[in-house]
Ligand binder design. Structure first.
Ligand code: SF4
Ligand code: SF4
Ligand code: SF4
Length: 218
């Protein structure tokens, strides 16, 4: 019996990002984001490039994998994908409407909030940017001072697993798409037999961040 054909790329989005399902942890995601991601990969030329670069059938490890999650729980496994995209909200307090009810403190799964008489105080070193405190606040005293996506690069499983490396910053959807496109351009430029994207991330180090920052204007 023959094995099913391997596609040149795979895009996985978590349940919280799919229109037909929902998840109580999911933060809002732009309509059609998954479709835009797919279009971005198609437009990069990667599918044609890979088919020309590989002699013989495509194998599982040839496929470029992108995984997106609507919260830091990461059900789509973004940390072991070539590119992982994780929804993020960095909370900010407006002290004026805060009633000091402590609901934000109680809901935070990461103990990143301490309460004092003025309201919550955030430990941004512990905060996972999940936005749960913002969603819970009955007074709308909390908002996202940064609202977008974290991007992690070069994760993989297999014989030599590698957890993805996080790019600096939180990025809006357009910038995320530019990063995806930029990563594929760089990977195609540097491609050689057997080179996994994670190995290229290690090879290029800070130079990759700098090139992506130039490409995205950030
Ligand atoms: S990653 Fe978060 S939002 Fe997505 S399915 Fe898992 S828990 Fe829900
Ligand atoms: S965003 Fe999430 S982790 Fe950060 S303080 Fe709010 S509830 Fe806690
Ligand atoms: S949930 Fe809102 S109103 Fe209550 S303490 Fe937190 S910021 Fe203040």
């Amino acid at each position: 019996m023959s094995s099913p054909a391997i596609a040149p790329y795979e895009i996985t989005v978590c349940r919280g990002m799919q229109a037909q399902t929902n998840c109580r942890f999911a933060m809002e995601v732009g309509e059609g984001f998954a479709t835009r991601l797919e279009q971005c990969v198609q437009d990069s030329g990667w599918p044609v490039f890979l088919r020309n670069a590989i002699t013989g059938p495509l194998l599982h490890h040839h496929a470029f994998r992108i995984a997106a999650s609507a919260c830091p729980n990461g059900c789509s496994r973004p940390h072991v994908a070539d590119i992982g995209i994780i929804r993020a909200c960095v909370p900010l307090l407006d002290p004026e409407p805060c009633s000091c009810c402590a609901l934000c403190y109680k809901v935070c799964p990461d103990r990143a909030i301490a309460m004092d008489r003025q309201g919550p105080m955030f430990d941004y070193g512990k905060c996972m940017q999940c936005g749960m405190c913002v969603a819970k606040c009955p007074e709308r005293a909390l908002s996202c001072m940064e609202n977008g996506y974290r991007v992690v690069l070069g994760g993989k499983l297999g014989r030599h697993p590698r957890l993805a490396t996080e790019l600096r910053g939180i990025h809006d959807e357009d910038v995320v798409l530019s990063i995806v496109s930029g990563c594929l351009d760089i990977y195609m430029r540097e491609y050689r037999k057997g080179l996994r994207f994670g190995a290229l991330v290690d090879e290029l180090g800070d130079a990759l961040d700098e090139e992506l920052e130039l490409l995205t204007g950030k």
